[in-house]
Each structure stands twice: as C-alpha cells, then as structure tokens.
Design a protein around this ligand. Structure first.
Ligand SMILES: *[C@@H]1O[C@H](CO)[C@@H](O)[C@H](O)[C@H]1NC(C)=O
Ligand SMILES: *[C@@H]1O[C@H](CO)[C@@H](O)[C@H](O)[C@H]1NC(C)=O
Ligand SMILES: *[C@@H]1O[C@H](CO)[C@@H](O)[C@H](O)[C@H]1NC(C)=O
Ligand SMILES: *[C@@H]1O[C@H](CO)[C@@H](O)[C@H](O)[C@H]1NC(C)=O
Ligand SMILES: *[C@@H]1O[C@H](CO)[C@@H](O)[C@H](O)[C@H]1NC(C)=O
Ligand SMILES: *[C@@H]1O[C@H](CO)[C@@H](O)[C@H](O)[C@H]1NC(C)=O
Ligand SMILES: *[C@@H]1O[C@H](CO)[C@@H](O)[C@H](O)[C@H]1NC(C)=O
Ligand SMILES: *[C@@H]1O[C@H](CO)[C@@H](O)[C@H](O)[C@H]1NC(C)=O
Ligand SMILES: *[C@@H]1O[C@H](CO)[C@@H](O)[C@H](O)[C@H]1NC(C)=O
Ligand SMILES: *[C@@H]1O[C@H](CO)[C@@H](O)[C@H](O)[C@H]1NC(C)=O
Ligand SMILES: *[C@@H]1O[C@H](CO)[C@@H](O)[C@H](O)[C@H]1NC(C)=O
Ligand SMILES: CC(=O)N[C@H]1CO[C@H](CO)[C@@H](O)[C@@H]1O
Ligand SMILES: [Fe+2]
Length: 542
C-alpha cells in the first residue's frame, strides 16, 4: 500500500468538501467504511472498528508507523444483528509498540491511492509505569447533535446559535487528549419517540426500528472526526438498553418495551457496535473492564445490571430500573468479584492513580429517587473503592456538572483535595442531547463544591505526575475552562519505565498542547464534516 505522502492541508480541506460523506446517509458504495473508532487493547494492541452497509469479507486493517508504508495487516470479523441496518467490523491489531503512533486505513477505503486522503492514525497506550504526563477526555450523556438531536431548535435548547456543540468541541481539541472515555448514555437513539411526540421528528411508528437505527448511525457518524484518531472507551448507560427510553409517555399512553423490535433490547446494539478490552482485563464484554495508560489504571464499571449478590431481589435484579436487560455475568456477583480482584492487583508503583467510572451516580444534588440516585450502586461499589484507595470517580446520568469533595460514606474528606484518603467525585452529565439539562435540588449536600446546569461541556483530566492531577470542565460552546481543580496525593513516585519516545516517534515529554488545532489535517477534515452536517438538515430522513 503506497501513499503519495503528506499533502497540502488546504487542498485536503477543499477536496474533502466535495467528496465528503454526510453523516446519516447511506453511501452508494455499501462497503464504504464509516464510523471509524478505536479502543485500547493493552499497550501493544488496538481495536479498530468501523461500520458498513454491507457485510465485509475478511475485514482488514492496513497499518504502519510510516504513512507511506501500511504493509502490516490484521483481520477480524464483520457482524450484524436483527434490525440493524449496518455491519460492525472489528479488527484487533496486536504486536504494536507501546506509546507509538501508527497510520492506518481499513478495507474498501474509498481511495486507497489518492493523495488527498490522509490515512487515519492511532496511538497505542503508554505502558503502566511510564510516567509521562498526558491528558484524557471524559464525556457522559452525549447524544445525537444537529437537526435530529441537540440543536438550537430542539424543545429543550441549551446551546445558542454560534455555539459549538460537544462533538464539535471534542473534534476541535482532538490533539488535546489521548483518549475519550464515555461512561454511558451514548447517542440517545431511544429518544426517537420523545422527539416524535414533541413534533421535532415526523416519522411513522411502523418505521420505528429504522428511526432508532438512523439516529444510532447518525451519532456514530458524527463521532468519526475524533474516534478515528483517539480511542473511544465506552460504558453502558440506561439509554443503551432498549428503544423505549424507559417507557416514553404521551399523555395517558406509556409506550413500553413491546415497542422495541428484536435487536433494540438488552443492549444489543451496544454489544455489537463496540469492542472494549475485557479480554485483556478479565472483564465481561463492553460491560466491565480496565486498562492502563501511563500513570493511571482506569476501571470501567457497569451500573445498569449485575450489581451483585447482595442486591438481587425485587426490581434490583436487572439493576436500578427494570430495563429487562442483563445479567451479563455468568453468575450474580461476577462484576463485584472482578472489581475486587482488579483493584487488588493494581501495582501503585507503576500506576499510582486509579480512576473509576460508571454511569449512575450515588452522590448528587438531586431528587432522592432510585432511578436518579443509584443507592444500589453505592452499596455495590463504594466499599471496594474505599478499600482500595481509588483516587477519583466519574459518573453522569444527571444532566448537570458537579464537582464534589472526596467523599467516604457520604462524608466529605476533611483533607479536601490536599491528600485525601477518599475518592474524589466528579459528576458530569453535560455531554448534551435532545432533552436539555437537569434541575438540581437544594439544600445542597455538604460535599458539593461547584455546580452548574447551564452550559454543555466535557471533562479534561491532566495527569502531571504521580502526585498531581488536574480536572477541568471545558465549555463546549467556546473551549473555555469553566471549572478547574487539582488533586494532590502525597506519595513517592517510582521510577518511570520507558522510554517510549525513542521507539515510537513520540515527540517531547508527552505534554499535550492545549491549542486550537486548526492546522492539523484531521481537524480540517472534521471541520469540513461539521459543515457538511449542516447540509443534512435539508435532506429527507430515510
Ligand atoms: C497509484 O499511484 C501511483 C503513483 O501515482 C500510480 O503509478 C499507480 O498507477 C496508482 N495505482 C492505482 C491503482 O491507481
Ligand atoms: C451568530 O453569528 C452571526 C454572524 O456572526 C450573528 O449575526 C448572530 O447575531 C450571532 N447569533 C448569536 C445568538 O450570537
Ligand atoms: C409529517 O409527515 C407526513 C407524511 O410525510 C406529512 O403529510 C405531514 O404534513 C408531516 N407533518 C408535519 C407536522 O410536518
Ligand atoms: C387522560 O386520562 C384522563 C383521566 O382518565 C382523562 O380525563 C383524559 O381525557 C385523558 N386524556 C386523553 C388525551 O386521553
Ligand atoms: C440479555 O442478554 C444476555 C446475554 O447477552 C442474556 O444472558 C440475558 O438473559 C438477556 N436478558 C434478557 C432480559 O433478555
Ligand atoms: C434516600 O432514599 C433512600 C431510599 O431509597 C434512603 O435509604 C436514604 O436515606 C435517602 N437519603 C436521603 C439523604 O434522604
Ligand atoms: C438548573 O437547576 C435549577 C435548580 O433546580 C433550575 O431552577 C433551572 O431551571 C435549571 N436550569 C436549566 C437550564 O435546566
Ligand atoms: C507534579 O506536578 C505538579 C503540577 O504540575 C508540580 O507542581 C509538581 O512540582 C510536580 N511534582 C514533581 C515531583 O515533579
Ligand atoms: C465561554 O462560554 C462560557 C459558557 O457558556 C461562558 O461562561 C464564557 O463567558 C464564554 N467565554 C467567552 C470568552 O466567550
Ligand atoms: C524523550 O524526548 C525528550 C524530548 O524530545 C528528550 O529530551 C528525551 O531524551 C527523550 N527520552 C528518551 C528516553 O528518548
Ligand atoms: C514538554 O514538551 C513541550 C513541547 O513538546 C514543551 O512545551 C514543554 O515545556 C515540555 N515540558 C517540560 C516539563 O519539559
Ligand atoms: C521527530 C522524530 O523523531 N521523527 C522521527 C520519526 O521516525 C522516523 C522513522 O522512524 C524518523 O525518520 C524521524 O526522524
Ligand atoms: Fe442515564
């Protein structure tokens, strides 16, 4: 596979506009790869996935460290499920160097030999023990953007004209984070009925499965500008379970699961669309798993099902709501047993930081009802998070942003952020979606330190070294930092393993520049995509 090499970025931008794929449309060539996305598979592997409107025979990733030599290949599978409109292609690339950037393309890429087409890149995780500083992004509760989801015209507008939405912000700053963690509520395709009832969409009920699928694909298409370059690590949220949004009400009618066709229940789309490193970490599917990147051990937990032995019974059998989903473990306590084993095996000399995320919160300034505050999640997880000195917890589900203190059993740690022993809790459910933001409830809990529900945004964490970690809330509208706080942990840092920058063209010390990256080809392409997205408004739905 040969490429003409790096081309004029301006030429790329202008030619890209002419041939650009418009999110949500079915391409003429049904094998055309769409929705490129990545996921860490240890520090020497990468899952590369993409979707097509037809089955791909022998789906292949062509890759290499040099853009002009993509002669290494790896192959995988092409899968679909009942009522899906597309095939998910999953390839695990192995035998890579850690902390190293590779160029790649996949089977049936539109223009294999075309100088305008810069191949995508991925960068493998730095091994545990590499103490190079870096940043990562976290976004929660993010749905379809644009005319079928969050927009100025939606009935619950939060963004105003000329604001960037969260996808645009994540694309703009794609060079500012190593990977993106999305702990649940991904796409909000199950809002199709709500949008229909509100008169925002105009579709017929018989086509519901197509609408649901259309919204899913719309969302996955919109991710491409950043998920083609940065691992997108996902976790299940309630909106991934079924097509009915937990029972959508229209006056006296409540639509329930009977509305959902085969393939739109029990997390089926979510299971098929993503590949998370559970094999690498002893977890289960895309439901619970962990991964290392440099100084941090990241743990993804499932708050939707499989909450464990002690919580079996009544409506807890399938998690906090009856979503008629799961279990996914082979026995009731599998997730909790796994979590304990995983946390117990962390080598804090290598990964001094341990960060856990799940979808549903248990500390929040919200109504004390079980589908908002997940008390069962607290019962299931908090004891282990305390026992194993987890540093930080992310969750969302409620559509607001709360920076809380480090908390143990409801009590703020007296040390606050200056060497606390309890985990620091960040709730950020402000990715943005059709239905706007949530209301908070006063009086505020004693652990609350900052709260807002008026602007969408994402979290950026910067791991400076083994003692300092900064969390920032980035406003999607304009990239400004609305809230920032640094956690200090008093501990001895072991020696950094490495080097990683000698082998992998990893320039500098790994600090991520926080700049407007308009000069990067990837971002030119994505701006063009974003412009193209506006065009979709004028097109018919199906
Ligand atoms: C690819 O590009 C090279 C150099 O421009 C050219 O010689 C070759 O014929 C092209 N191959 C195809 C299949 O277009
Ligand atoms: C958006 O930008 C346009 C063009 O610059 C301007 O006319 C308009 O007033 C802006 N709208 C808002 C809400 O700021
Ligand atoms: C909804 O679509 C139908 C059929 O396409 C059309 O007849 C009707 O006018 C539309 N309603 C609205 C409110 O746009
Ligand atoms: C909903 O139910 C109430 C009480 O049964 C009834 O008064 C009302 O007319 C119903 N509304 C509709 C739209 O059917
Ligand atoms: C959901 O799927 C899992 C397997 O993926 C299965 O074990 C479980 O029984 C299913 N649950 C329901 C409610 O269908
Ligand atoms: C919230 O509700 C749970 C029961 O669902 C109860 O155990 C708990 O004490 C309540 N907490 C507060 C702060 O009201
Ligand atoms: C934010 O929460 C407050 C307090 O509940 C509420 O009054 C306000 O309407 C909320 N704002 C938005 C935009 O939802
Ligand atoms: C760790 O990073 C923080 C923040 O950048 C810095 O103030 C501190 O000096 C660093 N500590 C060490 C040991 O390098
Ligand atoms: C950026 O957006 C935030 C949130 O909407 C706002 O508070 C802030 O004033 C804006 N900053 C600038 C420079 O426009
Ligand atoms: C890593 O890169 C920095 C900056 O380019 C350089 O100073 C350092 O020597 C490199 N380390 C190794 C081990 O190559
Ligand atoms: C890390 O490298 C960047 C550029 O690659 C440089 O701007 C920054 O000063 C370096 N930081 C340290 C602590 O060496
Ligand atoms: C900046 C840098 O180190 N670039 C190097 C990347 O790797 C290629 C080949 O491995 C070198 O030729 C570059 O000098
Ligand atoms: Fe949720």
């Amino acid at each position: 596979m040969r490429f003409a090499g790096v081309t004029s970025l301006l030429a790329l931008a202008s030619s890209a506009l002419a041939q650009i794929y418009v999110p949500g449309t079915v391409p003429e060539n049904k094998l055309e790869p769409l929705q490129h996305r990545l996921s860490y598979a240890g520090s020497t592997g990468m899952y590369v996935s993409w979707n097509t409107y037809a089955e791909v025979e022998n789906p292949t990733v062509y890759y290499g460290e040099n853009v002009w030599d993509l002669s290494s290949t790896a192959t995988g599978i092409s899968i679909t499920y009942e009522s899906s409109l597309t095939w998910s292609n999953h390839v695990k690339v192995t035998g890579l160097k850690p902390g190293t950037t590779y160029h790649y393309i996949v089977s049936h890429t539109n223009c294999y030999n075309c100088s305008e087409l810069a191949p995508y890149t991925f960068t493998t995780a730095r091994p545990a023990g590499d103490h190079t500083p870096y940043s990562a992004a976290v976004v929660i509760d993010m749905g379809v953007m644009g005319p079928y989801g969050e927009s100025v015209e939606s009935d619950y507008p939060i963004i105003t004209a000329n604001d960037s939405n969260t996808m645009q912000s994540l694309a703009r700053y794609v060079d500012g984070y190593d990977f993106l963690w999305h702990p649940g509520d991904i796409a909000y395709a199950d809002s199709w009925l709500r949008e229909q009832i509100d008169g925002y969409l105009n579709v017929s009920l018989e086509d519901s499965y197509k609408i649901y699928n259309f919204l899913l694909n719309q969302y996955y298409d919109e991710l491409q500008p950043f998920t083609a370059y940065k691992p997108y690590m996902v976790l299940p949220g309630n909106h991934e379970s079924n097509c009915d949004e937990g029972g959508t009400k229209d006056g006296n009618i409540t639509y329930d699961l009977s509305l959902c066709v085969e393939g739109q229940r029990n997390f089926t789309g979510y299971i098929n669309h993503f590949r998370m490193p559970s094999e690498e970490s002893g977890g289960v599917g895309n439901f619970w798993y962990s991964f290392d990147h440099g100084m941090v051990h990241y743990v993804s937990i499932n708050t939707e099902t499989d909450l464990g032995n002690g919580l079996i019974g009544e409506d807890d059998v399938n998690g906090p709501e009856d979503m008629d989903s799961g279990p996914f473990g082979s026995y009731p306590n599998e997730q909790i047993d796994w979590l304990e084993k995983d946390l117990a095996s962390v080598d804090r000399k290598k990964t001094p930081w341990v960060i856990v995320s799940g979808h549903r919160p248990w500390y929040a300034a919200a109504n004390n009802v079980s589908n908002t505050i997940c008390w069962n999640c607290k019962l299931a997880f908090e004891p282990l998070l305390l026992k194993y000195n987890v540093d930080m917890v992310f969750y969302g589900h409620i559509h607001m942003y709360e920076r809380n203190a480090p908390i143990a059993n409801g009590v703020p740690d007296p040390n606050e952020l200056n060497n606390p022993s309890a985990p620091w809790y960040i709730l950020n459910g402000l990715g943005g979606h059709y239905h706007g933001t949530s209301q908070w409830v006063e009086p505020f809990p004693s652990y609350l330190r900052y709260i807002q529900n008026t602007t969408y945004g994402w979290s950026k964490i910067t791991i400076h070294n083994c003692t300092h970690l900064t969390h920032e809330f980035i406003a999607s509208s304009n990239g400004s930092v609305i809230d920032s706080a640094t956690l200090f942990k008093d501990r001895q840092c072991g020696a950094s393993v490495g080097p990683t920058n000698s082998s992998g063209n990893f320039s500098g010390n790994g600090s991520v520049p926080w700049t407007d990256v308009n000069a990067a080809g990837a971002v030119q392409l994505s701006s063009a995509l974003m412009i193209a997205m506006a065009v979709v408004a004028a097109m018919s739905l199906l």
